[in-house]
Design a protein around this ligand. Structure first.
Ligand code: AMP
Length: 216
């Protein structure tokens, strides 16, 4: 039976970083709907063309598009034991659709990891974030700089600032989070799989809390 893990939390709480680490630790694929959408935008596919403007504005891509790419991704052989979702589900509709997908395939959500962090810290983290244009590795100008400024430690490609990490778009994304995604906390809160994680402190400290939470 496949066991899938999901992360909840506002943009900038560290979901991406922690999901990547947890995926390595548990040897499960890291499935980021944001990364998949950015890849579609780059490839110029039909989904990419439809998603690009929405993403740049900080709004959410339609539930239909998201469920199509998620369902397709779960068919891949490497997803047989489960995946670490990152940035999904983002709406109560997506969460319901995921529950249906789980029931239909005899799978479960084995952990709902809710990372909590103050808004001010979030804005600071997002505005300093830089990502590798090639492999998606995540850095921060102050808290996690690469060895050579502007260059990825892993694959040596150029680091870029995401279009939606500009200050006004960050504010929009936080507002979208409050209205569309925060209700997911109530949706999952009473399940045995739900875990609240303190997102403050360095990435190592937060990761240690997550490892503890998935062991429980
Ligand atoms: P992320 O990399 O997770 O911050 O996602 C970047 C952008 O992709 C978001 O601001 C949305 O426009 C879009 N996106 C990613 N995941 C989802 C999702 N599950 N539902 C709707 N839109 C999404």
């Amino acid at each position: 039976m496949s066991k899938h893990l999901i992360f909840l939390g506002a943009p900038g709480v560290g979901k991406g970083t922690q999901a990547q680490r947890l995926a390595q630790f548990l040897r499960l694929p890291h499935v980021s709907t944001g990364d998949m959408l950015r890849a579609s935008v780059q490839s110029g596919s039909d989904i990419g063309r439809r998603a690009a403007a929405v993403m740049d504005s900080g709004a959410l891509v339609s539930d239909q598009i998201i469920m199509d790419i998620v369902a397709e991704r779960l068919f891949h052989e490497d997803a047989a034991k489960g995946v670490i979702f990152d940035g999904f589900p983002r709406t109560v509709n997506q969460a319901r659709a995921l529950d249906t997908l789980m029931q239909d395939s005899g799978s479960v959500i084995s952990a709902v990891l809710h990372i909590d962090l103050d808004d001010e810290v979030i804005v600071e983290r997002l505005s300093g974030r830089r990502v590798c244009s090639q492999c998606g590795a995540i850095y921060h100008e102050r808290y996690h700089p690469p060895v050579t400024s502007g260059v990825c430690d892993v694959c040596h490609a150029a680091l870029v600032q995401r279009e939606d990490d500009q200050p006004e778009v960050i504010r929009r994304r936080l507002a979208v989070y409050e209205s569309e995604t925060a209700p997911l906390v109530a949706y999952y809160h009473d399940r045995p799989a739900y875990r609240l994680i303190d997102g403050d402190g360095g990435a190592d400290a937060v990761f240690a809390r997550i490892v503890e939470a998935v062991r429980e």
